[in-house]
Design a protein around this ligand. Structure first.
Ligand SMILES: Nc1ncnc2c1ncn2[C@@H]1O[C@H](COP(=O)(O)OP(=O)(O)O)[C@@H](O)[C@H]1O
Ligand SMILES: [Mg+2]
Length: 236
């Protein structure tokens, strides 16, 4: 086994006085899709935000390819190659789709435009609405744009927080196919409450519960473990 590309060891995070992450340890392997699942309030978003440096790490370590990244500034962590798609499709609604993508690119580059072409193959709607304000896009299209903003840079890893939230089942289906194509070229860490999508995309899973990892393993095993799903996810 090769070393994990991203590794959290016994990470504790406080939000104000609240001890939210209580020793999270998890490994993300390059070239695989890892999903974080667990009930509402389990600490999934906090885990992603902690990796991005948006919350300070009180104790424990986070490494990217062996280099400690905990408590670096978010822009620094982004530059090291971790893209982040926060919850609730964060796009700039008064700018056009193209302007959103150009902003995310920072500076024009041939590489960036090449990646843009592959983004348009992934999400043809974005090309169709290139000159429309992002505000007029549907919820699904906004989510696709939000994901694309993280793909225009050549990130090693993208962290995606609940992309299915508020989307119709047919759109979730499309999203699943797109995420599966993304994982062919980029290491994906996906937070999902929608277990169908999580199971379509994920290869490795971590169940978070009360700010800790309760279980982890291969997604194909979780799919068939009805007792585990009932206990921690309230399904199955
Ligand atoms: N800004 C905040 N202030 C206080 N508590 C918070 C804040 N954000 C999240 N929490 C708490 O942290 C816990 C984990 O939240 P979160 O990481 O968003 O869970 P998840 O994404 O798994 O639903 C919850 O109990 C939530 O109430
Ligand atoms: Mg969340």
């Amino acid at each position: 086994m090769s070393e994990p590309t991203l590794s959290l060891k016994d990470v504790h995070t406080y939000i104000g006085q609240h001890h939210i992450l209580q020793g999270v340890s998890l490994d993300v392997n390059a070239g695989r899709a890892t999903v974080l699942v667990g009930r509402n309030g389990a600490g999934k978003s906090t885990t992603l935000r902690t990796i991005m440096g948006l919350y300070p790490v009180r104790s424990g370590s986070i490494t990217l390819d062996g280099e400690a990244i905990q408590n670096r500034k978010p822009f620094h962590i982004a530059r090291l190659g971790i893209g982040f798609v926060p919850e609730d499709h964060a796009v700039l609604t008064t700018l056009t789709v193209e302007e959103n993508l150009r902003l995310a690119m920072f500076k024009e580059s041939e590489d960036g435009w090449r990646r843009m072409e592959s983004i348009f193959r992934l999400f043809p709607d974005l090309k169709r609405f290139l000159h429309s304000k992002a505000g007029v896009l549907s919820g699904g299209q906004k989510q696709m744009l939000a994901i694309s903003l993280a793909l225009v840079l050549d990130h090693r890893i993208v962290l995606i927080d609940e992309p299915s939230k508020g989307l119709a089942p047919v759109v979730v289906e499309h999203l699943g196919k797109s995420l599966n194509q993304i994982k062919d070229t980029t290491t994906v860490v996906l937070v999902e409450q929608n277990f169908y999508l999580a199971s379509q995309v994920g290869q490795d899973y971590f169940i978070l519960d009360d700010g800790r990892v309760a279980h982890h393993g291969l997604m194909e095993d979780l799919v068939n473990d009805h007792a585990l799903k009932r206990k921690y996810l309230g399904i199955g």
